[in-house]
Design a protein around this ligand. Structure first.
Ligand code: GSH
Length: 210
C-alpha cells in the first residue's frame, strides 16, 4: 500500500493521525498540491480527481476519500477501535464526525480556498476546469466556521471527547479542523475555554505530530 500525502494539507493529516493511532506505518509519497503537482498527468493517472490523500492498494485499487481510507485501515486493523464499537456508538461517532467535517472542515476550506492567491483559479480541489474564487463564499465560510466553533464549545461542556466518551475519528476531524481554522484567522478565544482545553488535550497525544 502507498499513501499519496501532503504534509501541510488537512485531509491527509487526518489519515496520518489515524494511522499513528493504529500504530500502522505505510509508505508515503509527498504530492505538492500548492504548486499543482496533483494536476500533473503522472498523478492524474493514479487519481483522476487529483486530490490527496489517495491510498493505492497492492492490487491496483485506489481509495481517495480520507474517511473511506480510514475505514479501510480500521477493517484491516480493528484495534484500537476509532469508528465506534456498538451500533449506538458507531452511529454517534458517525454523526459527530460528519458534523465536524461538514460544519467545520468544509467551511474553513471555503474561507481558505476563496482567499488564498494560489487558488484564485482553483476554487474546487483537484482536477477540473478553472473555477474562480468567489469572495462571498469565503465570507460565508468564515461565518459558518465561527458558528461551528461556538457549537463545539457547547458540545465540549463537561466532555473530554466529541463523541462517545473516548477518542474517535470525530476527534481527529475536529482537531485537524481547529488547526486548519487558524490559517483563516479562526481560533479559540476567551469565549471558548472548553475548545482550548480540548485542543491541548488532543495535541498531547503522540499522534498529533503525524
Ligand atoms: N473529501 C476529500 C477531500 C480531499 C481534498 O480536498 N484534499 C485537498 C487537500 S486537503 C486536495 O487534494 N486539494 C487539491 C487541490 O487543492 O487542488 C477527503 O476527505 O479526502
Amino acid at each position: 500500500m502507498k499513501l499519496y500525502d501532503m504534509r501541510q494539507a488537512p485531509n491527509p493529516r487526518r489519515v496520518r493521525i489515524f494511522l499513528a493511532e493504529k500504530g500502522v506505518e505505510i509508505q508515503r509519497e509527498e504530492v505538492d498540491i500548492v504548486s499543482g503537482a496533483n494536476l500533473n498527468p503522472g498523478y492524474l493517472a493514479i487519481n483522476p480527481r487529483g486530490v490527496v490523500p489517495t491510498l493505492m492498494l497492492d492490487d491496483g485499487q485506489m481509495l481517495d476519500e480520507s474517511i473511506a481510507i480510514c475505514r479501510y485501515i480500521e477493517g484491516l486493523h480493528p484495534e484500537p477501535n476509532l469508528f465506534g464499537a456498538s451500533p449506538w456508538e458507531a452511529a454517534d461517532v458517525e454523526r459527530w464526525q460528519r458534523r465536524m467535517e461538514f460544519d467545520g472542515l468544509f467551511n474553513v476550506a471555503a474561507a481558505f480556498r476563496n482567499t488564498a492567491p494560489a487558488y484564485a483559479e482553483r476554487g474546487a480541489p483537484g482536477a477540473g476546469p478553472p473555477t474562480p474564487a468567489i469572495p462571498a463564499m469565503a465570507e460565508r465560510g468564515q461565518l459558518l466556521a465561527r458558528q461551528w466553533l461556538d457549537r463545539l464549545e457547547e458540545r465540549l461542556e463537561g466532555r473530554d471527547h466529541i463523541a462517545s466518551d473516548r477518542f474517535t475519528i470525530a476527534d481527529i476531524t475536529a482537531f485537524v479542523c481547529l488547526d486548519f481554522a487558524k490559517w483563516v484567522g479562526i481560533r479559540a478565544g476567551d469565549q471558548h475555554p472548553n475548545v482550548a482545553a480540548y485542543h491541548a488535550r488532543i495535541k498531547a497525544r503522540a499522534s498529533s505530530a503525524a
